[in-house]
Design a protein around this ligand. Sequence first.
Ligand SMILES: [Zn+2]
Length: 198
Amino acid sequence: MNPQKVTLFKALLHVGYSRVAPRTLSRGNNLVQFKFSDGMGKWYINTPFGGGIYSGSKDALHALVLRFAIDVEDLKKMVEIGFTYAQEELDSYERTMKKIEQNSTKAFMGFMKEEQKSSNESVDRSTLSDILREFKKQVVFSRLEKELERNNNSCPVCGKEFFDSASLYNHASRTSNMKEAHRNFLMVIMNEVTGLTP
Ligand SMILES: [Zn+2]
């Protein structure tokens, strides 16, 4: 197949995005639109991790990868049908994820500092909670996963059984039972993954 013939639109359809309106695709909470203005076609991207407007499909694809709207399996499928930019993204995928992790860690540390500030200072809660969610997903949850494996699927603090890292996180951050010990456990994990003391 001629690579030039495979558009981002086709590539997205190939990985399970579906057409929900003219020139509009969606999968889960991710929305991708192709709109014309002043004779120029542009990509409009909207995801739970933010969005933007991109004039080229190469930049649009990268933006989708950065926002977890396209994963490594999607990229492989796109390469199979000959979407050129997918190969470039695939080649730099690990580097991209590493960059996200570093930025998330930095953003999370900023978030913790803002949280400690007095309440009269204004903080953009919606943006910060997006960043926090991203950070948890990327770094903290994978670290908690290991913790569960090490402790036979139980909370290292109280011994309660858990089968996924998100449940353990929710438990440790919200339980009123041995609150201080659970909080310390989370703080140690945060400290380990960020290399800093919150
Ligand atoms: Zn516990």
